[in-house]
Design a protein around this ligand. Structure first.
Ligand code: HXC
Length: 284
């Protein structure tokens, strides 16, 4: 079941948004749906779009994940709503799209919801594989198809998928997520071509590690793992979630109107080759 959540208060007080590089009210009159839009990167994208005038609708399974965004939206005077949604349930998505489009077109979709954890492939159960493939690959397609149909009917739209560089580099321990994200990347490029005639743009971002609760708990549960990850980033730091959100916002905006089927990496150089010598070292 999907249902509107009209909660209006919450305890958490997120850090104030850093100054925006975008014009105020850039998204005035636009309506966007963001899966997993109440936590992590999804929340940062939700906050940024709402602060720039969009009506932001977030979807997540857990109602608790709605609270922080709804409370901030109320305090800031942003236009926002939250909806209980499991992206693995196609029928629920179709119902929600019908409900949301009754109030007007949904102009943008951000497929951000993900599930991930580190597990050696030989120990990954069928249920674990299905859980991650179901959220990331099936969920992205189900939302894309249902919101896509409404965008086709309404004369166009913009979609943004969140992938990871290991979709093409591979990464031990996340065969489920890497396989699913590779599928989402193929979906991005395929639908960019297939739906261009409907004036729908489909792009992806591939952020490297950035600070967020979900990522830190699951992907770098201890300091050693985090230090190892950091050592592999030429820029010498993780991204901030708000930097990644700004990157996403640009791809959703009219400034990127001629960009489609693209995947923009933002990882401080982490996925690039490093050659055989330390930077600056001279070959004797
Ligand atoms: C091994 C695990 C596991 C773990 C769950 N499972 N966690 N197996 N190691 N750490 C197994 C369970 O035992 C079960 O297998 C199956 O997965 C389904 O688990 P459930 O908890 O029943 O499923 P569900 O409630 O749907 O949970 C989905 C989830 C969960 C993916 C397992 O972790 C989740 O929803 N996470 C969302 C938050 C998250 O992960 N965010 C991080 C995204 S960051 P059996 O055999 O019993 O059926 C990201 C960016 C990466 O993706 C970029 C890096 C550069």
């Amino acid at each position: 079941m999907t249902s509107n959540d009209s909660a209006t208060s919450g305890d958490s007080a997120p850090a104030p948004l850093p100054p925006s590089p975008f014009a105020p009210q850039l998204f005035q009159g636009k309506r966007v749906f963001i899966t997993g839009g109440g936590t992590g990167l999804g929340l940062e994208i939700s906050r940024r779009l709402a602060s720039l005038g969009a009506h932001v609708m977030i979807g997540s399974r857990n109602k608790d994940h709605h609270e922080s965004f709804l409370a901030e939206a109320k305090a800031e005077g942003w236009s926002a709503s939250a909806h209980v949604l499991d992206v693995r349930k196609l029928g629920d998505i179709a119902d929600l799209v019908r409900e949301l489009t009754a109030d007007g077109p949904v102009d943008m979709l951000v497929n951000n919801a993900a599930g991930n954890f580190v597990c050696p492939a030989e120990r990954l159960s069928e249920g674990a594989w299905r859980a991650v493939l179901g959220i990331v690959l099936d969920g992205t397609f189900y939302c894309t198809r249902e919101f896509g149909k409404s965008m086709i009917a309404n004369g166009g739209g913009v979609m943004l998928n969140v992938v990871a560089t290991y979709a093409w580099t591979g990464m031990p321990g996340v065969v489920h997520s890497a396989s699913a994200k590779a599928g989402v990347l193929a979906m991005t490029r395929t639908l960019a071509v297939e739906w261009a005639r409907h004036k729908i743009r489909v792009n992806a971002i591939a952020p490297g590690p950035f600070e967020s609760e979900g990522a830190s708990g699951n992907l770098w549960p201890d300091g050693d793992v985090k230090a190892r990850l950091m050592a592999g980033i030429p820029a010498g730091r993780f991204a901030t979630a708000s930097e990644v959100a700004d990157h996403a916002v640009w791809l959703l905006s009219g400034a990127s109107d001629y960009v489609t089927g693209e995947c923009f990496t933002m990882d401080g150089g982490a996925s690039l080759g490093r050659g055989m010598w330390e930077p600056g070292e001279r070959v004797r």
